[in-house]
Structures are given as C-alpha cells and as structure tokens.
Design a protein around this ligand. Structure first.
Ligand code: PEP
Ligand code: MG
Length: 592
C-alpha cells in the first residue's frame, strides 16, 4: 500500500505543559524530521562528481537562506551573530571533507553523505570533555538539517525552514538559535518534547507571544510534517489532526482569548491599583533587546529583569564591551525615564551554550553558574560591568546579581563594580552618579541571611523559579517533577514573607521577577504577603493589572495570613483559589 492509499491517521490529543498562552492552528513542521526522511541512494563511480556538485550547490543555497534570515534582523542582535556563525559553519572544510569522503569512498548520494557526515561529527563532539565543544554538536546537527532541507528546495513536500502559511514548529527542544531562525517566518506555535513553564523555551515563547506547549513527550513520534495541529497554550494540550468539531471549538476559544487579550491591552493606561486603591508597580522581564518596545506597549513601568546572558549564547567569543554597551544603551533609551534592571549574566545551569568555557560538571545547576562564573572570569565580568556602567549615562540603570549565596560574593561584585566605574570615569566616559547594586534572592541561603543582605544590597528581587528549585530540591527543567515545583508550597510562602519583612525593616525595596508573578492567583498571594513591585513577561502585565483591580489588599492579606499557617501546597492553593478564582474566571482560563 503506498503512502497516498494509507487511511488517514485518527485525531490524537497529546498532553504537555502550558508554556505560553493562546491557541494556534497550523500545519506541523517537524524539526529533525528531514534527517530521518532523507534519501539513502548508493551511487555509481560516474555519479561521484555530480553528487559532489549537488552538495556544493546545497551549501550555497543553505548559506543564502541563512543570510536572508540574518538580514531581516538588526546587525547588533545576538540572533544576527548566531546566524552569521551558521553561514560560516555551513561552508566549513571539516564537514565538506567528510561529506566528499562519504560520496567518493562509500558511494553514497549527497543527502545520505551529509546525514552520515554531520551525525559522525556531532557524535565525536558530543563525546569530548570540553562542554563548549560538546554544545557545538547541536549546531553541527542543525547545519546538517539545513543542508538536507536545501537539497529538497523546490520539491513538493520537502520541509524547509521557510515555512509557508501558518506553521506549528514541533521539536525536541528549541535553542534560542532555533527560535531566532524562525523569528521572521509565519510560525504561529511551538511544541517541544522537553521543558517546563520556567524553562527557557517557554520563557522565549512567552516573550515572542507565540502559543506554546512544552514537555509534550513523544510529540515528534506522533506528529508528522504536514499534519494539522492545534496548540492549546492555555490548557497545555496539542490536538493532532483534529476532527471538524474540535477544530471549530479551538477556533472559537482562540477568538475568545484574542478578544480578552485585546480588551485587556486596551485598558493598559489604567493605573495599576487594587480595588481598595493600593498602588502596585508592574515591570517587564526581557530577554532580547527588541522586547523593550513590547514592554512599553504593554504598559510596563520599566524593566525589572533583563536577562543579559542571552547576549553570550552561541558565539565563539564573548561580546565586546562596546557591543554590549550599544545594546544596553538602546534598551535604556527605549525605556527612559523608567528604570532598567540589568541582571549580570546568568550563564551555566540550564542556560545553554555560551561563549564562556565551562568545565564539565555532574550537576551544573549546583555548579559554576551566574555570579560564581562571573567572579571566576573577572576580565570578562569587568567588560560586562563597564558596558552597564556606561549605559547608566542614558537613563536609570540598576544592576542586579543572580545566584548570590553569600555576602562575600556580593562584596566581591561591589569591588569589581567600583573598579568598573573608576575605569569608565578615567577614560572620560560618562555614567550616573549612583548605580544601585541589588541581588536576586533565589538561593535559599540568601533568603535565610536576608537581614544581612538587606543592609548591603540596594534592592532585592525574588527569583522564585530558582528559589523553588533549590528550596524544594526540584529540578526546574524536569517534566516529571513539575507537580512538586509549586509556588504555593508553604516553604516558599514563608521564605517570601521573611524576605519581604526584612525589606520592610531595613527599608530596602523587594520585588519579584520569577514566573510566579505572572500567575494571577499567585500574584494575589504575593500582594497579601507584602510584595508591591512585580516583574513578569510583558504580555502578562495587562492580565495581572486586571487581576489586582478586582481584589482588595485587605482580602489578599487575610488569605496570605492563612497561607502562613497551612502545611501543604494544595491547602494554600485551594485557599487562594476559593477566595479569588470565581471572580478571575476569564483571566485564569484565558477566555472571555
Ligand atoms: C528566577 O530564577 O526566578 C529568575 C527570574 O531568573 P531565571 O529564570 O532567569 O533563572
Ligand atoms: Mg534564576
């Protein structure tokens, strides 16, 4: 029976985690599928030169496609540099020699040769000790896939990254480089097999406002390129080849979600007040410089967290001070007169590929990450700090340090920051008279010693994504443990309360920038616990503003006081939901 005679596969519903809200309907493009489906033809001696020429032409096409995507991005963006690196890698001699050997000696057609050669190089890289080289194996496979697609260009049915019509990308995981390559394509949704709500694929999808389901095990095996797919980023479901009725229902829910989002953003200029008139501040978390504009559009009162580590990804060398300065300045100028909190790079842990070489570690989440890495490479860190210091001449800049676990780390950063300020001034360059230096409270040790930190840090921001991970000993990327990583856990509630209290006693601002802030019920609990300054992905701001407008501080405080007495996450969540869920139904379901 040929493929065209096969009966159509029945509809399926796959379950994952709601990574980014909204509903998207489109044709699936399965990344990585081109490798499995590539032709495997043995060739005769007379075909060798023809196949080598076909390979060279495919390299040219793949490079042109990558250049085209790069041209659509601004020159200074991290994505632009990544794509330029890919253009070079596609023409790399090591890969070309290996492909030519496969064609000449193994007598394989060009596609088969590319699949074999790129697999073999990636496997060799994956086996080496150096984590930087290990990470490059992912890039070699990406380039191999791009070449395989380039052979099929123009042939019907071939998967290309230049997707036509609204497409849903299905992948095992998406690196920021993968996302960058799609940024200008009509990609309307993502599904990944790994990840959780606080993993970076989900954070990126929310930043780009693309509905996404993450942690959807088996997606690649169950979905084929060309299948019609519904990504339900509200419920965390993926409907594959939906029946007409399911499709109608999804369309209707998608429209209700769009209507709700439109309605909420139209009221973006309303003051962020609770029902009883208490003022809260809502700022944005950003990963890419371009998101600053999005933050303004959604009514953010500044940037509460700029994850600067995204500047370091997928490059062979760290960005120069000048490159960083230009980017920080652009963000600061976009937000002026509102403040921008630049977090020093948080590389390591689950924060992927970087231009800084990290030693192999059994447990990278507990390893050389963030401030620890920064202090181990003071020259790289000083470039970073000087770029931030110089940006402070163009608007209000605050510097925030991630993963602080001891006072001595903060003191060492203080010394380096003073040095960076002195160097900038010596050069005759401008900077602000005072640059607040704050910390993220995301390691339990910092929460325990918070009274001491409150005396030395200018401000503190609760990083609940990591605080939950470390306090509850639950890997934040683990799909199977996601049920344990609850922001309602009493241990987390108590830690937050003690940080807020210390902030009050020492008159130090305490804010939150973990994903907990963008969950309406959790945000109300935080309000009741004393938090007034919230930072979240820009798209969530209108919704959280609306949630606060529907509750009073007095009510939130009563529920928070109860929460301090409960012993389980379920009890806390139930109490908050019982008090507030009925009046937040639309915000919680994402539908009007
Ligand atoms: C956090 O840990 O809560 C946080 C905001 O930082 P990141 O998610 O970048 O680790
Ligand atoms: Mg963190």
């Amino acid at each position: 029976m040929s493929a065209s005679e096969r009966p159509p596969s029945p509809p399926e519903k796959l379950r994952g985690i709601a990574g980014s809200p909204g509903l998207a309907i489109g044709k699936a493009v399965v990344l990585g599928a081109s490798r499995a489906a590539c032709p495997r033809r043995s060739i005769g001696a007379t075909d060798v030169e023809v196949e080598i020429r076909r390979f060279q032409e495919a390299v040219g096409r793949a490079q042109n496609e990558l250049r085209e995507v790069a041209q659509k991005l601004t020159d200074r963006s991290a994505e632009h540099s990544i794509l330029e690196a890919y253009v070079l890698m596609a023409g790399d001699d090591v890969l070309a020699d290996a492909v030519r050997r496969q064609i000449r000696h193994e007598r394989r057609c060009a596609e088969w040769a590319v699949a074999e050669a790129s697999d073999a190089i990636a496997k060799r890289l994956a086996a080496v000790d150096d984590p930087y080289l290990r990470e490059r194996s992912h890039d070699v496979l990406f380039i191999g896939d791009r070449l395989l697609r380039a052979f099929g260009a123009g042939k019907p049915g071939a998967a290309t990254l230049h997707v036509e019509g609204p497409s849903i990308v299905i992948a095992h995981d998406l690196s920021p480089a993968d996302t960058a390559a799609m940024i200008n394509e009509p990609v309307v949704g993502f599904v990944t097999e790994v990840g959780t709500r606080t993993s970076h694929t989900a954070i990126m999808a929310r930043a780009l406002e693309i509905p996404a389901v993450v942690g959807c095990t088996d997606a690649i095996a169950r979905i084929q390129t060309g299948d019609l797919v519904v990504v339900d980023g509200l419920r965390g479901h993926v409907l594959v080849r939906p029946a007409a009725l399911e499709l109608d229902e999804a369309r209707a829910r998608g429209e209700r979600h769009t209507a709700l989002s439109r309605e909420l953003s139209e009221s973006r200029d309303r003051a962020p007040l609770t029902q009883d008139g208490v003022r809260v501040t809502l700022r944005a978390n950003v990963e890419l410089p371009a998101e600053a504009i999005l933050a303004r559009d959604h009514g953010a009162e500044g940037i509460g967290l700029y994850r600067t580590e995204f500047l370091y990804i997928d490059r062979t060398e760290p960005p120069t001070e000048e490159q960083q300065f230009e980017i920080f300045r652009a963000v600061v100028e976009t937000m002026r007169p509102m403040p921008v909190t630049l977090r020093t790079f948080d590389i390591g842990g689950d924060k992927f590929i970087s231009s800084l070489k990290l030693p192999p570690e059994m447990n990278p989440m507990l390893g050389l990450r963030a401030v620890r890495l920064a202090l181990s490479q003071p020259d790289v860190f000083l470039d970073h700090l000087r770029a931030m210091v110089r940006a402070s001449a163009f608007g209000e800049v605050r510097i925030m340090v991630p993963m602080i676990a001891s006072l001595s780390e903060l003191r060492q950063v203080r010394v380096l920051l003073d040095q960076a300020i002195a160097q900038v001034r010596e050069r005759g360059q401008k900077c602000a008279d005072h640059i607040p230096l704050g910390i993220m409270v995301e390691v339990p040790a910092a929460a325990v010693l918070v009274d001491l930190f409150a005396q030395e840090a200018s401000f503190m921001s609760l990083g609940t994504n990591d605080l939950i991970q470390y306090a509850l000993a639950v890997d934040r990327t683990s799909r199977s443990l996601a049920y344990l990583a609850s922001p309602f856990d009493p241990a987390i509630v108590r830690l937050i309360r003690s940080v807020v209290r210390a902030g009050e006693s020492w008159e130090r601002p305490v804010s939150i920038c973990g994903a907990m802030a963008s969950d309406p019920l959790a945000a109300i609990l935080l309000l009741g616990l004393g938090v007034r300054d919230f930072s979240m992905e820009a798209a969530a701001i209108p919704e959280i503003k609306e949630a606060f407008r529907r509750v009073s501080l007095a009510e939130a405080e009563v529920v928070a006081a109860d929460a301090m007495r409960f012993g389980t996450a379920e009890e806390v969540e139930h109490a908050v939901a019982e008090a507030f869920a009925p009046r937040l139904y639309d915000l919680l379901t994402g539908e009007r």
